[in-house]
Design a protein around this ligand. Sequence first.
Ligand code: PAF
Length: 278
Amino acid sequence: MLVTHTIAELRAHLRGVTGIAFVPTMGNLHQGHLDLVQIARQHGQFVVVSIFVNPLQFGVNEDYSKYPRTLEQDCKMLEQCGVDMVFAPSERDLYPQPQRVTVELPPVANELCGAFRPGHFRGAATVVLKLFNIVQPRIAVFGKKDYQQLYLMRQMAAQLNLPVEIIGGETVRASDGLALSSRNQYLNLAERAEAVFLYQNLVGIRLAIMDGATNFFKLERQAMEVLSARGWQVDYVTIRSQANLAEPTAYECNLVILAAAWLGKTRLIDNLEVLRDG
Ligand code: PAF
């Protein structure tokens, strides 16, 4: 496995390589990322993983500086998974000058997580577009854990005619159901025990919908109240259409329940797809 640190080095090695499958990450890898790598291996001939903690997608008071950076450990894991190349650029290499050209996304980028993290998706889409231009993959894999991000990357690829197919990988969960995330390690023991409740809440909403509940506003409000009563600071719990992340019509069958909430100083997100009978 080759580990490249500059754009020039990466381009020199990738000259003539076709069928690239790409997994962009911010490192501190866990099984969720490794599953995305497996999907990449199934779809491409040459797998590239990028590791870059992207300052552009963090707000001023967010965890950019404390975000775990574990390159050596990440590379060992990726080598064992059969990755062909890691791209771990420096900030200076990726942003040699202030990034003034950015990707403008559809308005839904300012809803859900975008409402609480202004500019986050613009920063994520901008770095992903830069990485696509550098790596030139045929396919790229993103986790469904970041459901809104996956939707927006699909929109960006489709609406900007990027020659890349976007594939979504299922969320990987701990044995109790908590979605794997690099940020889980910020949780103390008591918070870790409580954290699974976010997922359990989504499961409860899904059951209610499957049982015929149609008052989504009530389900959302109840879930937020229950979480708040347990000490969470809730950003949102919402039921949306899978197709466009808009509020669903009463007859929409493909739904997704999305939630973001803080446990102490840690912000957790999760989501669950629901397929209703039409
Ligand atoms: O999902 C992530 O880890 C990041 O948002 C991404 C896609 C690597 C862009 O920095």
